[in-house]
Design a protein around this ligand. Structure first.
Ligand code: ADP
Ligand code: ADP
Length: 225
């Protein structure tokens, strides 16, 4: 479990300022939602934490250590995308194993970890299927398994439920919350859905035009009883 802190983070594309003096601290093990309309800079902030974007000003700290300049694969950060980004030609097993194979994980522990990750998301019986033979919800579970199998310290979720239909979305956000609790991973969940944020997150922030507007619990932000 790690903490994440952004201090005075700013990022521009050319003359367009996308993140403006963002300050935030996310506690170890916390499930944090980043809420805001399309174009407000949510993905940019997440990609920055993952190391795919670089900020021009400010500091980004994991457990108090500045990770600016640390390449993505050395950050111990796992990211799940809206479109799942699974390999279509690979089985579920091979999709989940991929990151471990890249890290040259020994065969025995690789098998154990992939099996455990599939069991965690309830897909142990689907190991030999291909992504196209799965439902949307199952594909998203594979994407989650593939990310948690590498044992990241920080889990980043970029609108992971947006491609699912309404009923499945409600079911999956429960699963997501349970998974996060089970693993105890510090998690940042990007969504434009207020209800989704309120039902999953310990705390949340609203991002508007690159400015972090509000940070607090659902009760504090939306006047819950
Ligand atoms: P959100 O995730 O909240 O929808 P984004 O972080 O994707 O917002 O985008 C924030 C702003 O940054 C948008 O105005 C978008 O057009 C702009 N933007 C994102 N990526 C790039 C890029 N690579 N080059 C230029 N502008 C970008
Ligand atoms: P070997 O190299 O000994 O044949 P691998 O570990 O490379 O075995 O696995 C071959 C294929 O079998 C993998 O690509 C994977 O799809 C599948 N596989 C391996 N172990 C399991 C398992 N425990 N459950 C389901 N499928 C598995």
């Amino acid at each position: 479990k790690v903490s994440l802190e952004a201090r005075h983070i700013s990022l521009s594309y050319g003359s367009t300022e996308v993140l403006k003096d963002v300050n935030i601290r996310i506690e170890p093990g916390e499930f944090f939602a980043l809420l805001g309309p399309s174009g407000s800079g949510k993905s940019t902030l997440l990609r920055l934490i993952a190391g795919f974007n670089q900020h021009q000003r400010g500091e980004l700290l994991i457990d108090g250590k500045d990770i600016t300049g640390t390449p993505p694969h050395l950050r111990n950060v796992g990211m799940v995308f809206q479109n799942y980004a699974l390999w279509p030609h690979m089985t579920v097993w091979d999709n989940v194993a991929f990151g471990l194979v890249e890290r040259k994980e020994p065969k025995e522990s690789l098998r154990r970890k992939v099996a455990a990750a599939l069991e965690l998301v309830g897909l142990q019986d689907y190991a030999q299927r291909r992504p196209s033979q799965l439902s949307g919800g199952q594909q998203q579970r594979v994407a989650l398994a593939r990310t948690v199998v590498i044992e990241p310290k920080l889990l980043l979720l970029d609108e992971p439920l947006s491609n699912l239909d309404k009923n499945l979305r409600v079911q999956m956000r429960e699963e997501l919350k349970n998974l996060q609790r089970t693993l105890g991973l510090t998690t940042i969940f990007v969504t434009h859905d207020q209800e989704e944020a309120m039902t999953t997150a310990d705390r949340m922030a609203v991002l508007d035009k690159g400015v972090l507007q509000q940070v607090g619990t659902a009760a504090a932000l939306f006047d819950f009883p």
